[in-house]
Write a protein that binds this ligand. Structure first.
Ligand code: KIV
Length: 293
């Protein structure tokens, strides 16, 4: 791997802890979070100074090809967490608790969170849900594992109710979202992801709670922003959310590279001289003399 893409060993770049992550809100510094699901992209995220890397359950969709996030399991996510951990050391590392890994009981939730830390090398976990998740958030934080909340569109349950609907379009929905955020803050969440919430309501939530809000499709006034890596780099062919910004079309680049590779192989243009291994001259002479017999 290119030296520049190795995990940061720059001593001036400090490790992002939960405390420094939270401090960014009071210092009015915008927080940058991105998802990652492997060693190389985690290393790149670290090298460019991203503040936090989330091993999202979106892995199930953008890497494994599931239709939604429901099927992905803890067993599938843990090796991904370990790979990300090997790639990124400086950003705050957060593991996403998948569907049915925390809903049954707070005890089960604590056990799962513990696995993300102990077996996955994560430094915090994310839990979807508003006030209904606050007991779980409280139980996990009580044993010392930091929790990032997630309200608005919560894909694990939105799927079951028939799709993603923008939240906070009216007063009732707005009140509920503000209450959800307050209840997660009270339960000990160190930050809250706001997904697909109207900009006005996301702003009110951000001004109401003391912990950082991280927006995804929730406008310009959150304390930070998160996007799915594959949306940023154009590597998820099925769908591009309206709120995502594509900075590069990696799918097109891969397609082009593979077309060129296939054409070179078919036309005998690959491998070339520079790609082959050769015998020493004297060994080749011996081989040639044997072949002549
Ligand atoms: O799974 C995920 O990638 C997420 C983020 C988009 C917030 O939950």
């Amino acid at each position: 791997m290119d030296k520049e893409l190795k995990p940061s060993d720059d001593p001036d770049r400090k490790k992002v802890s939960v405390t420094s992550f939270m401090r960014m809100k009071t210092e009015a510094r915008r927080i940058v979070m991105v998802t990652s699901y492997d060693y190389p992209t985690a290393a790149i995220a670290d090298a460019v100074g991203v503040d936090s890397v989330l091993v999202g359950d979106s892995y199930g969709m953008v890497v494994l090809g599931y239709e939604n996030t429901i099927p992905v399991t803890v067993e599938e996510l843990l090796p991904v967490c370990r790979a990300v951990r090997r790639g990124a050391t400086r950003p705050l590392l957060i593991g996403d608790m998948p569907f049915m890994s925390f809903q049954i009981s707070p005890e089960e939730a604590v056990r799962t969170a513990g696995r993300f830390v102990k077996e996955g090398g994560m430094e915090a976990v994310k839990v979807e849900g508003g006030s209904e998740a606050s007991k779980v958030v409280e139980s996990i934080t009580r044993i010392g594992i930091p929790v990032l909340g997630h309200i608005g569109v919560t894909p694990q349950t939105a799927t079951l109710y028939g799709g993603y609907r923008i939240q906070g379009r009216n007063a009732a929905s707005s009140d509920k979202l503000v209450e959800d955020a307050k209840s997660l803050e009270k339960a000990g969440a160190f930050g809250i992801v706001l997904e697909m919430i109207t900009e006005e309501v996301a702003r009110v939530i951000t001004e109401t709670v003391s912990v950082p809000t991280i927006g995804i499709g929730s406008g310009r006034f959150c304390d930070g922003q998160v996007l799915v890596l594959h949306d940023i780099i154009g590597l998820y062919p099925s769908f591009k959310p309206k709120f995502a910004k594509r900075y590069v079309d990696v799918a097109a680049m891969i397609k082009n590279a593979l077309q060129n590779f296939a054409a070179d192989v078919r036309n005998g243009l690959f491998p070339e001289e520079q790609h082959v291994f050769r015998m020493e001259e004297d060994q080749r002479a011996k081989l040639d003399s044997k072949r002549k017999i």
